[in-house]
Design a protein around this ligand. Structure first.
Ligand SMILES: Nc1nc2c(c(=O)[nH]1)N[C@H]1C(S)=C(S)[C@@H](COP(=O)(O)OP(=O)(O)OC[C@H]3O[C@@H](n4cnc5c(=O)[nH]c(N)nc54)[C@H](O)[C@@H]3O)O[C@H]1N2
Ligand SMILES: Nc1nc2c(c(=O)[nH]1)N[C@H]1C(S)=C(S)[C@@H](COP(=O)(O)OP(=O)(O)OC[C@H]3O[C@@H](n4cnc5c(=O)[nH]c(N)nc54)[C@H](O)[C@@H]3O)O[C@H]1N2
Ligand code: SF4
Ligand SMILES: [Mo]
Length: 721
């Protein structure tokens, strides 16, 4: 008899409620859960990945160790001891900084990794802490830190109550939303329009989201800081400012924006002054408007400035902390105290060894990892722990990362796959599939467009010997003897946190967090894990509520509109206005059935037409003799890939686009389906020297490239050279 288990899809930030049909312990089908309090039945095509991942025979079911080229299965005891022994040895011989850590994107969706994983990895005492955050949202975080007082205080658009949604550098119709848990974005966009509102998309590509919107305006890659400065300029010039309360630095912001008229920035932004002014007016004339920036505005050399100005634009137009504008969620388990406990706060307390790049939230930019491994001297990285990440494909200049990883003395990966990164590991510790672990959205709850809470018990039993990520890190942490040797002022705190996390476990931490949280014991909700278990489809905790000024942690207890560190950068922006723009530039894109560098081993998700095509504008194609199906060589200072061309005016003139996350044809990768659909890695082309100046975030977009015709005939697949 088939059973139906209630769960949550963890494959993206939408966190859709699902039901899984289970027959004889095997998941047969997955559907949207119509009773889910947040997603009400919505799922996207990627949801089948939850089953395919669980069933994938290439996914490791037992730990493996590598001697030479080949991996062999070993017992957990042997694998954990070997993993820990190497880490202990490198720490003993070369100090704590010689062990680096990289944590990838799925960490954000994994309760064990967000609790025990953070405890072990963020308290190792190494300054070589890296994660996908510095290839993603750290510019938003730094902006939130300076403006609102904490890195985790990133605001979200209140899409369900807005009258105008301005989307800059995000494509939620495909990504399903990011730093914004909003299942079924398409329906929400349609609802805005149905209630008489409108949606504008600003993007160098006419995206799937742009097609749902009322208006799309092209922007030159990297033009966003100038765009927002001019937007703010127009707000003041046209008397459209409606600054809300609790703001500091309004006059300074106005002064900073003064020189940046739409006419002055036109060349850099690639937008006519009329279109820019129209964008401001559409926003300001709406009763309530939300300005949403996402990864496209982060992957650039002034990503932090773009994030700051976007939030500031919302504030000066009276759309911050207001219904239908940018708001903050009130999650059932508060995120800031957890972030504090793990040292995820602040900026600039130490620097990387080689390039002297400052940390943010205790982390260094992923773009410097390779040089920290390659460069000899005290503090050189000799060992690496990766968890839920694939920097060989996801970091800028991935080929260099690939070479650097091959030179490590010791590498441990917590991952279910032997992929481009983990093939370099000496030990791989595989977690069970997401369908065999408990789930609570500890991180994403802080970025939901509606407050809610849901606890999921493991929908499927584990096979003998399987462990989840939390259990793996508990055992690894014990064997590394974490804390035993640590000294200094934070050592005691570290030991206290360590004991608390170990004794409570992930479920205990959530339970405690719920009880002391805003819907806990002191409220009418009385939330606890037990209470959530009684509501397996989740609890709706209502719309977003105003949070100012209580939540602010800035010294002034106000929203800082012109933080000095940012204001200084505006000068640089003025100077580089006239800088000549290169010929063609490359931007990335995401695809509905893909997920960064993974889920490519699911036949159901990768089948179909070749999606890894290079999009080229008709004028640029003509100038280079390129037509649909032609094979072209794409070259940067870092490398070359060969891709099949698709001519399309959906990209702006001067811009070409490739998806990231592909390139599975490297030797040793154990994922048969993915290898057969290898594609090319965009990050063979990107530059680890092009960074957001204020955070070191990878500037993946706007990379100058040359594109040349190789052959006009239709190639079977894109390939690396
Ligand atoms: N299906 C699917 N869903 C995903 C993922 C996936 O790989 N596949 N990845 C997940 C992850 S890790 C994340 S972080 C989120 C990201 O979520 P989104 O931010 O929505 O992701 P993208 O589709 O990359 O959107 C970025 C947009 O920025 C545009 N862009 C590029 N350069 C610039 C620029 O300089 N300025 C402006 N204004 N726009 C620019 C691109 O054309 C693109 O449309 O998606 C998540 N969801
Ligand atoms: N050029 C370019 N590069 C980019 C981007 C871009 O837009 N353009 N986007 C960037 C962004 S936004 C991001 S977030 C990064 C993502 O970069 P990464 O986080 O480095 O890479 P992912 O592809 O998400 O790799 C996820 C890995 O985690 C494993 N995994 C999945 N679930 C679990 C789990 O529950 N536990 C464990 N232990 N492992 C798990 C998978 O098997 C896979 O190996 O890429 C960045 N790189
Ligand atoms: S949008 Fe798709 S991938 Fe994202 S959580 Fe929902 S079903 Fe899963
Ligand atoms: Mo991401």
């Amino acid at each position: 008899m088939a059973k139906h288990a209630i769960a949550t899809c963890v494959l993206c930030e939408a966190s859709c409620g699902i039901t899984v049909e289970v027959d004889g312990g095997v998941p047969r089908a997955v559907r949207g859960d119509p009773d889910d309090s947040m997603s009400q039945g919505f799922v996207c095509p990627k949801v089948v990945g939850m089953i395919d991942l669980h069933q994938d025979t290439d996914r490791l079911r037992a730990p493996v160790v590598r001697d030479g080229k080949d991996f062999r299965e070993v017992s957990w005891d042997e694998a954990l001891e070997r993993a820990a022994h190497g880490i202990r040895r490198v720490r003993r011989e070369h100090g704590a900084d010689a062990v680096a850590v990289y944590q990838g994107n799925p960490t954000a969706h994994n309760l064990g990794l967000l609790t025990v994983g953070q405890l072990v990895l963020r308290t190792l005492g190494t300054k070589n802490l890296y994660s996908a955050s510095t290839a993603d949202q750290i510019p938003h975080m730094r902006a939130a830190h300076e403006m609102f007082g904490h890195l985790v205080f990133m605001p979200v658009p209140d899409v369900d109550r807005t009258d105008h949604w301005l989307i800059v550098g995000g494509n939620p119709a495909v990504s399903n939303g990011s730093i914004m848990t909003a299942p079924d974005v398409k329906r929400r966009i349609e609802a805005i329009r149905a209630r008489g509102g409108s949606v504008t998309v600003v993007d160098p590509r006419r995206t799937e989201t742009a097609r749902l919107a009322d208006r799309h305006v092209f922007i030159r890659p990297g033009g966003d800081p100038w765009f927002f400065l001019a937007m703010i300029h127009v707000v003041f010039e046209e008397g459209l400012a409606r600054p809300g309360k609790h703001l500091h630095g309004l006059a300074d912001l106005r002064e900073l924006a003064r020189p940046f008229t739409p006419e002055v920035v036109e060349g850099r932004v690639g937008m006519s002054p009329a279109a820019l002014r129209e964008t401001v007016r559409a926003f300001c004339h709406a009763h309530r408007a939300a300005c949403y920036v996402r990864v496209g505005t982060c992957h650039q050399e002034h990503g932090t400035i773009a994030s700051w100005l976007a939030y500031a634009f919302a504030a000066v137009t009276g759309n911050l902390d207001r219904e239908g504008g940018l708001m903050w969620a009130s999650p059932a388990v508060e995120l800031a105290p957890i972030a504090d406990a793990f040292g995820l706060r602040g900026h600039g307390r130490f620097e990387s060894r080689v390039r002297r790049f400052p940390e943010t939230g205790g982390e260094l930019p992923i773009a410097v990892l390779a040089e920290e491994i390659e460069t000899p001297g005290r503090g050189q990285v000799r060992a690496l722990i990766t968890s839920a990440g694939n920097p060989v494909l996801s970091a800028p200049n991935g080929r260099r990362v690939d070479r650097a990883l091959a030179s490590l003395e010791h590498m441990v990966s917590v991952d279910g796959y032997i992929n481009e990164t983990t093939r370099h590991a000496h030990v791989i510790l595989p977690p069970c599939s997401p369908l065999s672990r408990a789930h609570y959205d500890l991180a994403l709850g802080a970025y939901a467009v509606r407050n809610g809470a849901k606890w999921v018990d493991p929908p499927l039993p584990r096979r003998a010997g399987e462990k989840d990520d939390g259990e793996i890190f508990t055992e690894l942490g014990l064997r590394i003897r974490l804390g035993a040797r640590s000294k200094g002022p934070s050592a005691l705190a570290r030991r206290v946190i360590s004991r608390a996390v170990r004794q409570l476990g992930p479920e205990g931490i959530v339970d405690l967090g719920l009880r002391i949280g805003p819907y806990g014991m002191r409220s009418a909700h009385k939330l606890s894990v037990k209470k959530l278990r009684a509501h397996p489809h989740g609890l709706d905790l209502g719309p977003l509520m105003p949070q100012l000024p209580g939540m602010l942690r800035t010294p002034s207890k106000k929203v800082e509109l012109a933080p000095p560190a940012f204001a200084r950068e505006v000068r640089a922006l003025r100077e580089s206005l006239g800088a000549s723009t290169p010929g063609l530039v490359l931007i990335g894109r995401r695809e509905l059935r893909s997920n960064n560098s993974w889920l490519h081993n699911s036949e159901r998700l990768v089948k179909g037409r070749d999606r890894g095509v290079l999009l080229v504008h008709p004028d640029d194609a003509r100038a280079r003799g390129l037509a649909d199906g032609a094979r072209a060589r794409v070259t940067t200072d870092q490398g070359t890939v060969v891709a099949v061309v698709k001519v399309s005016d959906e990209v702006m003139r001067g811009v070409v686009s490739l998806p990231h996350g592909w390139g599975h044809d490297r030797p040793g990768v154990r994922a048969r389906v993915a290898a057969a659909h290898a594609g090319v890695s965009m990050n063979d082309l990107t530059d680890d020297g092009r960074l957001d100046r204020l955070t070191g975030n990878a500037a993946f977009n706007g990379v100058p490239v040359e594109v040349e015709l190789i052959t006009t005939h239709v190639g079977p697949h894109a390939s690396a050279e």
